[in-house]
Design a protein around this ligand. Sequence first.
Ligand SMILES: Cc1cc2nc3c(=O)[nH]c(=O)nc-3n(C[C@H](O)[C@H](O)[C@H](O)COP(=O)(O)O)c2cc1C
Length: 315
Amino acid sequence: MPWKYFNQVCYTRVVMTLETSIGKVKLRRPGMVASGIMDETGPSMVRMIASGAGAVVTKSIGLEPKAGHPNPCFTEIKSGFVNAMGLPNPGIELFKEEMEIAIKAGPIIGSIYGANAEEFAKLAGKMEDYGAVAVELNLSCPHAKGYGMELGTDPVIVKTIVSAVKNAVSIPVWSKLTPNTQSIANIGVAVQDAGGDAVVAINTLKAMVISPEMRRPVLSNKFGGLSGPAVRAVGVRAVYDLYAVLDIPIIGVGGIYDAHDALQYIMAGASGFQIGSAIAKNGPNVFETINKNLERFMIDYDYRSINDMVGVANE
Ligand SMILES: Cc1cc2nc3c(=O)[nH]c(=O)nc-3n(C[C@H](O)[C@H](O)[C@H](O)COP(=O)(O)O)c2cc1C
């Protein structure tokens, strides 16, 4: 082993760190499980933390149990997935038992969806009681009528929801934004003006797959949300735009499959990142590989912390 390499490894053992802070939320590793994949039960969330995730964002939970859309609600395409799950979840009361198991393993962020500010505030209070370290407001799901993106594209509604939740809880409030809008930066500013603690970008892009044999859309809901490698460049651009106008932290999500993908988001301005489709495609080990390769990159390019790399592509 050349001396330089040996020296760097020793040096980085002492100084280099994958730790990051999203405002008051401190993470040992910057990668989190994105809402909707391997985060519906306590044991699956425990498994994801054990696999190297710095935190898990839960499946989005509402006030009442919801069955979601009928099958088919998920399809794979060449460059990712299109899903229209329709927010299936057991409802906030039953989700308590999953949270009791999950919070013992590591930091859990409670993702919630509601039809109005009052519902969001109620759900956020429950997640705080259950031990979530932060709540993530789903203002961005593209395929659930009356929820998500239908609220999250209007800066006035966004401001009202974020303010109500801020008044209801003392844990940090993150807002997950949709790319299906003319200006994601304007929505980010509305979140910040309302006292939001961080933004998460992006949720899925509204999309459709048609079966030529069947002569109709594949999904029962007809349209759904596109995720995976196809959306990565859209997500990176969204984070870059948000970084230019916001002072609050940004979390990047969309098409992250390896350390290079994660680094694009970090250098665009993200203090942390989330992974969804890559877990569905390649399994939970994605975190361990990304953590190892992030460290390798930081050694090779002489970065000592994630924070040293945040937003450097904007300089
Ligand atoms: C099957 C599936 C279910 C999802 N469910 C949710 C959800 O409940 N709430 C939410 O905010 N985002 C949900 N998402 C969006 C992801 O959290 C993420 O924002 C998006 O998939 C882009 O990241 P990716 O390319 O790493 O998957 C879901 C995505 C998929 C593929």
